[in-house]
Structures are given as structure tokens and as C-alpha cells.
Design a protein around this ligand. Structure first.
Ligand SMILES: NC(=O)c1ccc[n+]([C@@H]2O[C@H](COP(=O)([O-])OP(=O)(O)OC[C@H]3O[C@@H](n4cnc5c(N)ncnc54)[C@H](OP(=O)(O)O)[C@@H]3O)[C@@H](O)[C@H]2O)c1
Length: 318
């Protein structure tokens, strides 16, 4: 089958269209004939060698398509069924066939949902619900600040906050051209990141940018506020969290990683995935999707790394 591989760690040019073995599902797994694969920041981190994975490696943490085969012990899914799935535990989504745990699959029967959009929901929309609900434990009426609000994850966090009953929801963006885009994703206000200090205090702050945004986020927390660290899109040096300040000011900092969470708690991740897919199908969750071909994976990576994209890029496979 055709797959995009990472033969060695490096910049986007290392990505290669290869012929590789078709993976077979093991116990509790399904294989999927992939229609679309989401393109994510996480796959760039794999490509850069942040995780110690065996090479050549097929990246790709989310797909849509049709069930191709069921592994031993799988019930409740059928061959040919349209699905969206997280392939985040072992990756492998940039391929004609991907394998994942049956628990990380969302059936699409009964939904009027295009497969291109279905591939854009598993990673970011699932993360948005889990982070706000399970990690930040948001209460109705609480205020929320999200950095990089026009991006793939940021666009889902604003809308998920709304659906979970948040009060004031504010986003930050890196340049003025993104303000209008972010305002379409559930935010009451969107400000330039350097102006966030004047935006008030928040019960929940979600940081996926890192660096100065992370240090500033701590100052933006209200008493009993929770900051959740989700990523480091800026590539900045890690920021030390001053534990004494947390103690003296009643603030909490936590982290969340969907790959590790899905490996440890596949049932909970699967529930959140199915919630995200239902939201995408009903229109409660809007995703700005742009489609490239699988062969254009390197172009997708370059665009994501530029920091200029809004919404989500998906790769058309089948
Ligand atoms: N922990 C998890 O489970 C999880 C799940 C999904 C995503 N993430 C993380 O969340 C982050 C965003 O993911 P995403 O899918 O939303 O990506 P994305 O759509 O590409 O958004 C990333 C945004 O980060 C901002 N940014 C700031 N400095 C940047 C730089 N030097 N290079 C590139 N972007 C920069 C840009 O927004 P502005 O122009 O507004 O600054 C950019 O649009 C990534 O770090 C990703 O790894 C984590």
C-alpha cells in the first residue's frame, strides 16, 4: 500500500511516498481503509525526532474511512462501516490502511458527515472536550482564555468551552489577520497575544504556545484558576513553573497529552471521540477544513510549521 514515511528525522523534505506492508489488526484492533488523514502539529514533532520511534515511521494520528477488517475479539463494528478514528497511540494514519484499537473508533452511521470533515475531528475536538471537562473541570459560567484561538486546536477549544457552559470565552492570536477567523469559533473576544495582560483574569487558561505566553498565562489566572499545558507550538525553551507561587496564590497547573491519555484510558478517549464526532455532525462544532492530497504531506507540514494556517489541513488518501 501507499504510505508517507519518515525515513530519517529532519525537516519536511524527509517525508517520502513509499510502498509498505498492509498492517493487519491484532486482538481488539481494527484496520481501516483510509479516506482522509488529518495533518497535525504532533506529526511534525515525530518527524523532528522528538519521540524515539523506529524508522521508517508512518505518521498520522487521526483518520476517516471504512472498516477493512476486524481483529480477534472486536464486537460492535462491521467491515465496510464508515468511521472516524484516533490512530494516535501507534500512529500510521498517512497511509491507505491504518490500524487502531476498536475503542478509539467512532462509527459514522446515521450521521450526515463528509469523510473529509470526519478526519478533522478526532485529535483536536476530542482533546478540547477532555481538557476542559476532565482536566480543567470547568464549571458553568467560568471564564476561559485560549491561546492560538484560530488554529486547529484553538478553534475547537472555544466552541467546546461554549458547549460545556463556560461564561466569558476569550482567545488570543499571534496576528491581527486571525482575529476575525477566531471570532467565528465561539469566542466572545479575541485579542493579540501581547495584549492578553489587559484581558482580565480567568478561571481556566489553556496554553499550547509556550514561552512568553506560558509565563504570562500564570499571571492571568484568577484565584483557584487552572492552567492546562497542551503544547509548545512556539518551540520556546521550557518555562519553569514557580511552585511557591502556586501555593501562595491558589493556582493550579496541569498537563494533558492525548496520545498518552488514549493509551492509558482508551475507553474514556473513545467516549470523548464519539462526542466530538457527534458535535461535528450536528454542526455544534465547526472546523475550517482545507484538503491536500496525501502526496502533499510535506507541503502540509511546511504550512503548519509556518504558523500561518487557520483551522485544519486534511490529506485525501483514498
Ligand atoms: N496535548 C495534546 O494532546 C494536544 C492535542 C492537539 C494539539 N496539541 C498541541 O497544540 C498545539 C497546536 O496544535 P494545532 O493543531 O492547533 O496547530 P495549528 O493549527 O498549527 O496552531 C498552532 C498555532 O500556534 C501558534 N504559534 C505560535 N508560535 C508558533 C510558531 N513558532 N510556529 C508555529 N505556530 C506558532 C500559531 O497561532 P498564532 O498565530 O495565533 O500565534 C499557530 O497557528 C501544538 O503544539 C500541538 O502539538 C496538543
Amino acid at each position: 500500500m501507499k504510505a508517507i514515511t519518515i525515513p530519517r528525522f529532519g525537516d519536511a523534505d524527509v517525508l517520502r511516498l513509499d510502498e509498505v506492508e498492509v498492517p493487519e489488526p491484532g486482538p481488539g484492533q481494527v484496520s481501516i481503509d483510509v479516506a482522509y488523514a488529518g495533518a497535525n502539529f504532533a506529526e511534525i514533532l515525530y518527524r523532528q525526532g522528538l519521540a524515539d520511534v523506529p524508522l521508517p515511521f508512518v505518521p498520522g494520528i487521526e483518520v476517516s474511512g471504512r472498516v477493512r477488517a476486524l481483529g480477534p475479539g472486536v464486537e460492535g463494528l462491521r467491515v465496510g462501516q464508515p468511521v472516524a478514528a484516533l490512530t494516535i497511540v501507534d500512529s500510521g494514519g498517512y497511509a491507505e490502511v491504518a490500524v487502531t484499537s476498536a475503542e478509539l473508533v467512532a462509527p459514522l452511521d446515521g450521521y450526515d458527515l463528509e469523510l473529509g470533515l470526519a478526519a478533522a475531528l478526532p485529535s483536536n475536538s476530542t482533546t478540547a472536550f477532555l481538557v476542559l471537562d476532565r482536566v480543567a473541570r470547568i464549571e458553568p459560567g467560568e471564564s476561559v482564555l485560549v491561546h492560538a484561538a484560530a488554529g486547529g486546536l484553538g478553534s475547537q477549544l472555544g466552541q467546546a468551552a461554549r458547549l460545556l457552559g463556560a461564561g466569558r470565552v476569550v482567545g488570543t492570536v499571534g496576528n491581527a489577520a486571525k482575529i476575525e477567523t477566531a471570532l467565528g469559533y465561539g469566542y466572545d473576544e479575541v485579542v493579540l497575544r501581547e495584549q492578553a495582560a489587559g484581558a482580565g483574569r480567568f478561571d481556566v487558561v489553556v496554553d499550547l504556545v509556550g514561552g512568553a505566553a506560558r509565563r504570562g498565562s500564570l499571571d492571568l489566572l484568577a484565584p483557584m484558576g487552572r492552567m492546562v499545558v497542551l503544547g509548545n507550538a512556539s518551540g520556546a525553551e521550557d518555562v519553569g513553573i514557580p511552585a511557591n507561587e502556586l501555593w501562595l496564590t491558589n493556582k493550579t497547573v496541569s498537563g494533558f497529552n492525548l496520545a498518552a491519555f488514549s493509551a492509558a484510558f482508551p475507553e474514556v478517549a473513545g467516549q470523548a471521540l464519539r462526542r466530538a464526532v457527534a458535535g461535528g455532525a450536528s454542526g455544534e462544532l465547526r472546523v475550517g477544513v482545507e484538503t491536500l492530497r496525501l502526496e502533499q504531506a510535506a507541503e502540509a507540514h511546511r504550512r503548519i510549521e509556518s504558523g500561518r494556517t487557520t483551522g485544519k489541513l486534511v490529506l485525501e488518501v483514498g
